[in-house]
Design a protein. Structure first.
Length: 298
């Protein structure tokens, strides 16, 4: 019951890595010449984008490998590990930028807006292209989303750098350089924390946000052939694969008739709760006490 795989993001990931590598070098060199902390911070942000893109590309390809005797679930969790690493990297970078911005407030430097502005515009165009390339894929893949957030935050930071460059060039407002740096770092931190929370929930095997476990139990127990459900678990192996397992206590019937019951349960799980794979163990008899889902979750 696995979902059909979406179109591979590999090609677009590769293009974004090339774009960000180029822009990172251009912004770093330009930032050093212009004495612009915002431009230098944007270049390091692009460096993190490049590293995240390479890691995401590799782990996406790895996740497509078939399962084997050692990795019986396959390699799908590789993408989740990549996502949490990318988000953590972004937070670490944000902390460095915060520190540098505070130092720049107390020790301001004259920023060469004439150099900063054209380079920032080039960076904005390149980052915008990268965002467009990965937008569609980010809706279905948490690993790609972690890179996409890198790119979105970088595009926004480029907007901030361009705006700052214009104001610095015309009005000599040099204090705007660290201000925009702090705004960029704040956004990076906010978005990264959201990704980390979601990836941790997956690693901790929390039930998906769209699944109400109590309602799911009631839906199964409302079927005429079912007495109760216990030892029920719903979790995500990855952001694209939701699993379900349960012991279902059924009424007395031939083993051959359980096929219809299982089909009804699986159909309901798929259509109503977006569950991709179900493992159901049928039992007959009374099961009150240990393992009842109502005692675990109520």
């Amino acid at each position: 019951m696995e979902r059909h795989e979406e179109e591979s993001p590999s090609k677009n990931l590769f293009i974004t890595v090339l774009l960000n590598t180029t822009i990172m070098l251009v912004e770093l060199i330009g930032g050093l010449f212009a004495h612009s902390l915002a431009l230098i911070s944007d270049s390091f942000h692009n460096l993190s984008d490049t590293m995240a893109g390479v890691l995401t590309f590799y782990t996406y390809r790895l996740s497509l490998k078939d399962n084997n005797r050692k990795f019986t679930f396959g390699y799908k969790r590789a993408e989740i590990l990549s996502a949490i690493f990318n988000a953590s990297l972004l937070i670490g970078l944000a902390v460095v930028l915060f520190k540098e911005a505070v130092v720049r407030f107390y020790h301001p430097q004259i920023v060469k807006g004439s150099i900063m502005l054209p380079i920032a515009i080039v960076g904005l165009v390149a980052n915008s292209i990268s965002v467009l390339l990965l937008h569609r894929h980010s809706e279905h893949n948490l690993n790609v989303k972690s890179v996409y957030l890198h790119l979105v935050s970088d595009a926004l930071s480029s907007i901030g750098v361009v705006s700052g460059a214009v104001l610095i060039y015309f009005y000599k407002l040099y204090w705007l350089d660290p201000v925009f740096t702090i705004l960029i770092a704040s956004f990076m931190t906010y978005e990264s924390v959201k990704v980390i929370i979601e990836t941790v929930n997956i690693l901790m095997e929390c039930s998906p946000s769209w699944v109400n476990v109590s309602d799911l139990q009631k839906d199964i127990e409302s079927m005429p052939q079912v007495n109760d459900v216990h030892h029920m678990h719903v979790w995500r192996l990855s952001d694209r694969l939701t699993l379900f397992e349960a012991h279902v206590n059924i009424k007395d019937m031939p083993v051959s008739d359980t096929k219809e019951v299982r089909s009804r349960i699986e159909k309901m799980l798929k259509e109503k709760y977006k569950i991709d794979h179900a493992t159901i163990q049928f039992e007959y008899g009374e099961h009150k006490g240990d393992g009842l889902i109502k005692e675990h979750f109520r």
